[in-house]
Design a protein around this ligand. Sequence first.
Ligand SMILES: Cc1cc2nc3c(=O)[nH]c(=O)nc-3n(C[C@H](O)[C@H](O)[C@H](O)COP(=O)(O)OP(=O)(O)OC[C@H]3O[C@@H](n4cnc5c(N)ncnc54)[C@H](O)[C@@H]3O)c2cc1C
Length: 494
Amino acid sequence: MSSQPDNNTVYDIIVIGAGVVGPCIAKNMARQGRKVLIAEREWNLPNRIVGELMQPSGLKALRQLGMIKAINGIEAIEVDGYYIEFNGKEVTIDYPSKNVESKLNNTPVPGAIKTGDEDKVGSDSTISAKKWEECPHVKGCAFRHGEFLTNLRDQCLSEPNVTKLDGNVTGLVKDDDQRVCGIKVADKGVFKGRLIVNCDGIYSKFRKEIGEDYVPTVGSYFVGMELIDAKMPRPNHGHVLLGKHAPVLLYQISPHQSRILCAYRSKTLPKRNDVLQYLRENVLPQLPKSLCPSFKAALEKDGQDIYRAMPNQYLTARLNNTPGFICIGDSLNMRHPLTGGGMTVGLNDAVMFCKMLSDVSNEDLADEEIVLEKMIDFHNERKSLDVIINTLSIALYTLFAADSKYLTILQRGVFGYFLKGGLCIEEPISLLSGLTPSIWTLFVNFFAVAFYACQLNFIARGILGFPVALFENIGVLITAAFVLLPLLLKEILS
Ligand SMILES: Cc1cc2nc3c(=O)[nH]c(=O)nc-3n(C[C@H](O)[C@H](O)[C@H](O)COP(=O)(O)OP(=O)(O)OC[C@H]3O[C@@H](n4cnc5c(N)ncnc54)[C@H](O)[C@@H]3O)c2cc1C
């Protein structure tokens, strides 16, 4: 690592936040020959329930950033796909073949790969690089968030051009033309930069620079617990458990630890007693038998720290048109965590951003017009992935957490559609893993599910129930349109 933070230096780039996205941008900017300052208020090992399952497209982005080895040395667990259980029935969906990924632009960020193998997964106690290489399908990965972040931070801080700043950023500094030109840091004063890149995450303090009304909505909460030595129904798979309760997510994050995230239908922070009662009475009885001992043990843990709750927020992206200031990651854009797409979007944005700025000189980083032109391209080009991941996450959550008659019919339709296999699972998993950025594929599959739900409803109602089923199916198709189309339009037109 280089020098101490200097109040008299004008940095080329100042990054606010060393979460998932910040260190990736800082490292790659430094490798492009820029002087970078990265400010973070908490450099100690974070202990959060977020960002623990990375989709294949997120890993692809890490390779392009030359930072894939951040998943090594942390007892990460390889993920081969998803296991979905619905009222006792199950389906396993493996990630797509490597051919699907090879059709995408996989070129690294200019300057990202210096030592030759920074885009290759390494071997360690839980990952075999050889197995990884030889596997015909792409892989995802799950890990302890804090350890992963520490690896990203270490890689970034090992760059000679990166300066670490330990402090809470309390404000932005503007010049006479109202252009953002620096940050104010508690007890440390002002630091000047040509371009301020804000990666301050979910509770972003600074995104309002893009617009006062740029605020996320909270749709529900996730209640997270750690299970010890849980017997997973399908090891090396992300688990989605559906039933009478809101969806439950489960994945192994180390050889002995698994994360369980239980959706909770509330737009405000749920009360502790209500949550504990919900977990005991609604979730526990519905869980696969093999999981019950570890779930019960987690519930019976001493003290207050049985679970942690996080809001599931939604925020469509806006054009970064504030002079001198750019938001990336959760500060720009959020979706439901059900599909584990947040890091994938953030890291792919980091790749695109660093590529787009690679031909801008250090001096020109301060040129509003040059940067705005790049940001218009960035805003438009990132949509191909972001629209899919965001829309899919909210639409799937709405169906999986079905709380009305028509949504329940659709929920049955989704599961039935997956059971058909073939393209009915290959295309949805390609969308979810971030490897098919095609709005058309999303549209076609969503309505194929809706029509299949109607077909299943006709069968369930039988000949005598035909008129009722017909009436219900009209409601189902209207509901499906209301779930998907406004979301899709909002994302496309944002
Ligand atoms: C319940 C839940 C589960 C999730 N699970 C997944 C998952 O499995 N897979 C997935 O891909 N995504 C998941 N996500 C989303 C994922 O966590 C985020 O998309 C990702 O962390 C965003 O990265 P970021 O760098 O933008 O923000 P963060 O990772 O949140 O980093 C922000 C950083 O900024 C720092 N900071 C903030 N303000 C200041 C300040 N004023 N001064 C200095 N530093 C500051 C913070 O300390 C933090 O280190 C989940 C989200 C939730 C809510």
